[in-house]
Design a protein around this ligand. Structure first.
Ligand SMILES: Cc1cc2nc3c(=O)[nH]c(=O)nc-3n(C[C@H](O)[C@H](O)[C@H](O)COP(=O)(O)OP(=O)(O)OC[C@H]3O[C@@H](n4cnc5c(N)ncnc54)[C@H](O)[C@@H]3O)c2cc1C
Length: 398
């Protein structure tokens, strides 16, 4: 077996795991992150929902049921974690805007509003009501983006179509990264004699340089520009994932990609190593402590069988909301789905409750009682609990 040693191993490359990893790496620990694959962030709008139940997210959090994992952290720590999220991404040029005092709206591909808290800077000019006129640009062949629906909900708005020679979000975004393509596009845009005060695009304005590209279009056209997230695969979600990965590596973290954890080595009440399969000998990653951020059912951290819900890496005790008859529903994305409370119950130090292991810390959507869809708290909760689990883990190994 090939053996590699670290201070901490993070399991899972979601917003929670990458946040926890970055915080530990910033504090000088030797951190590795091992992941099966991409996180749910790649399916998301890239916006950070903190708690969407009220216009004031912090006020909304204080009204969540007492078992919600947000209540494991102090108010100041929630603010601190989200401030650090913004400043760390800012450091690598992936700027986020918004405040914890006010939720805001972004537009969907159907023209409806979605409530969120922190948005990529390319969405900062999204109108906050129906009164502002917008001009929407779409691209020949691009599916699942509906300018006519968006326009039908707004006053004095119109749209134009550009043939960009690509029709997928990824292909379009790659085109925008090329200077010549961008220049030709801006020249075409200038000829459209747009009268509306803002110009909207599906979120394809570049892979990693979207902020700069939007700014360039804005400067040349003299109008505010903003992006509208498309359905998955979502460029803003992927940009968020790439930015968090980049930041983690910049702080000294190591990522083992496509390494699903399939076993553990243990001694007494300590986990000594996680094991991942390989074509030759299995890999064994040893560490003093482990942070579990494998997500819920979509991420792959939990799996539901006929009779029980299982946590797949450490076989930790899983809180299950009654019998299968109580929680089973074919519509996984229904906001009141009973399974939204399933997961790992953590204590105040983010260790799994009723588990024998003293060196495991848990964060993100694998936690119990999150009800992420109902409370609108996806990435926000992942950032906050990722920080908190990392802090508790650092205290333990110190
Ligand atoms: C379709 C969709 C859209 C969403 N949109 C938004 C949004 O716009 N805004 C928002 O705030 N929230 C959104 N959310 C919620 C948000 O994505 C999640 O709540 C949050 O990002 C969860 O992060 P996580 O780190 O806990 O887990 P995940 O993102 O699920 O990541 C889990 C990671 O663990 C890895 N993993 C799993 N099993 C193993 C294993 N055995 N070994 C190694 N690695 C493993 C996975 O490969 C993955 O990298 C959305 C969710 C979905 C499903």
């Amino acid at each position: 077996m090939s053996v590699i040693e670290y201070d901490v191993i993070i399991i899972g490359a979601g917003v929670a795991g990458l946040t926890a990893g970055a915080r530990l790496a910033e504090d000088g620990y030797r951190v590795a992150l091992v992941t099966k694959g991409e996180p749910t962030a790649c399916l998301s709008t890239g916006c950070i929902d903190v708690c969407s139940l009220d216009h004031d997210p912090m006020h909304a959090i204080s009204h969540l049921p007492e078992e919600h994992p947000y209540h494991l952290t102090a108010r100041a720590s929630i603010r601190g974690a989200l401030d650090r999220f913004k400043s760390s991404l800012n450091e690598i040029g992936a700027q986020y805007t918004g405040t914890l005092e006010n939720n805001r709206y972004i537009l969907s591909a159907l023209g409806t509003y979605k409530t969120t808290c922190l948005t990529p800077v390319t969405m900062s000019a999204v109108p906050q009501n129906d009164d502002e006129d917008i001009h929407i640009i779409t691209f020949s062949g691009l599916k699942d983006f509906y300018p006519s629906y968006i326009i039908s909900r707004r006053k004095n708005s119109s749209s134009s179509i550009y043939d960009a020679g690509a029709s997928t979000t990824m292909g379009l975004a790659a085109n925008f990264e090329q200077e010549e393509f961008l220049e030709n596009f801006i020249v075409w845009l200038e000829k459209q004699n747009i009268r509306e005060s803002k110009i909207a695009f599906p979120a394809v304005l570049g892979l990693e340089s979207a902020a700069k590209i939007a700014q360039k279009i804005q400067n040349r056209l003299g109008r505010k520009v903003f992006e509208i997230p498309t359905i998955p695969p979502s460029m803003p979600g992927r940009r968020l994932f790439n930015a968090l990965k980049h930041y983690f590596r910049k702080k000294g973290g190591t990522i083992y990609w496509s390494w699903p954890v399939s076993g553990v080595e243990k001694s007494g009440n300590i986990i000594e190593a996680v094991i991942t399969p390989s074509e030759g000998r299995p890999n064994s990653l040893n560490a003093k402590a482990f942070v579990l951020g494998t997500g819920s059912f979509v991420g792959g951290g939990l799996t539901a069988g006929r009779s029980k819900i299982t946590e797949i890496v450490f076989d930790l005790p899983v809180h299950t909301p009654g019998s299968r008859d109580d929680w089973f529903d074919n519509d996984y994305f229904s906001i009141n789905h009973g399974i939204g409370t399933a997961g790992i119950i953590a204590d105040a130090s983010f260790r799994p409750k009723e588990s024998p292991w003293e060196n495991i810390f848990v964060c993100g959507s694998i936690l119990a009682h999150t009800k992420i869809l109902k409370y609108g708290c996806g990435h926000g909760l992942a950032v906050v609990t990722g920080h908190a689990a990392a802090k508790a883990c650092a205290e333990y190994i110190r």
